[in-house]
Design a protein around this ligand. Structure first.
Ligand SMILES: CC(C)(COP(=O)(O)OP(=O)(O)OC[C@H]1O[C@@H](n2cnc3c(N)ncnc32)[C@H](O)[C@@H]1OP(=O)(O)O)[C@@H](O)C(=O)NCCC(=O)NCCS
Length: 162
């Protein structure tokens, strides 16, 4: 069973090594302890992690900018890819955005990251800028919610447990 919970500063500090370890599994996406611990507007409000049997298996780290959310890092452990965990993390972020009247969610993704781009396209993210090797993508929260509602099974929870 997968649980999605908000990342508190304490949880991040206590589990920092596991966060770093997870990023090492993806080339080009490695983050160090200081990257995880940096203070950003809204970070501890809009960032979530996934756990299975008390083990960290994924996370989405975000900050708030004006009226949109920027996703800084989003990943799921290689062993658990394509099991719907990324969708659940996004779903929790989306619900939080709805409850706080955030308009859109934005992120940057490497042009070569086909897997992540397929995921984002599936959830309605559109390219708003293409710069060097990066795509800047954005989705309106209301549009995302509509797509998520049609994808997440009725008996499958999207809400955080704590
Ligand atoms: C992006 C990411 C977080 C998605 O997490 P996930 O738990 O695997 O996502 P889900 O299981 O909820 O959804 C997977 C969907 O992605 C798409 N997808 C995944 N791999 C794909 C591939 N190789 N080709 C096409 N589509 C693919 C599919 O649309 C799939 O949907 P489906 O279940 O309808 O087939 C995950 O792929 C990841 O951690 N990638 C590595 C880190 C990364 O690149 N992060 C993004 C940096 S911007």
């Amino acid at each position: 069973m997968v649980f999605i919970k908000r990342i508190s500063k304490k949880y991040m500090k206590d589990n920092i090594k596991n966060f770093v370890k997870l990023t090492k599994k993806f080339e080009g996406l490695h983050w160090y302890e200081n990257n995880f611990l940096i203070e950003l507007d809204g970070k501890w409000n809009y960032s979530f992690y996934a756990e299975i049997n008390m083990k960290l298996v994924g996370f989405i780290i975000c900050s708030k900018k004006n009226n949109y959310i920027h996703v800084h890092r989003f990943m799921v452990d290689k062993e658990f890819l394509n099991e719907g965990i990324g969708t659940k993390l996004l779903c929790n972020l989306c619900e939080k955005c709805i409850s706080e009247n955030i308009d859109s969610i934005q992120l940057k993704v490497d042009k070569k990251n086909i897997q992540a781009i397929s995921f984002y396209n599936k959830y309605g993210f559109e390219n708003i800028e293409i710069k060097d090797n990066l795509l800047l993508k954005s989705v309106e929260v209301k549009k995302l919610l509509k797509i998520l509602k049609s994808k997440v099974k009725a008996n499958d929870t999207c809400s955080t447990t704590t």
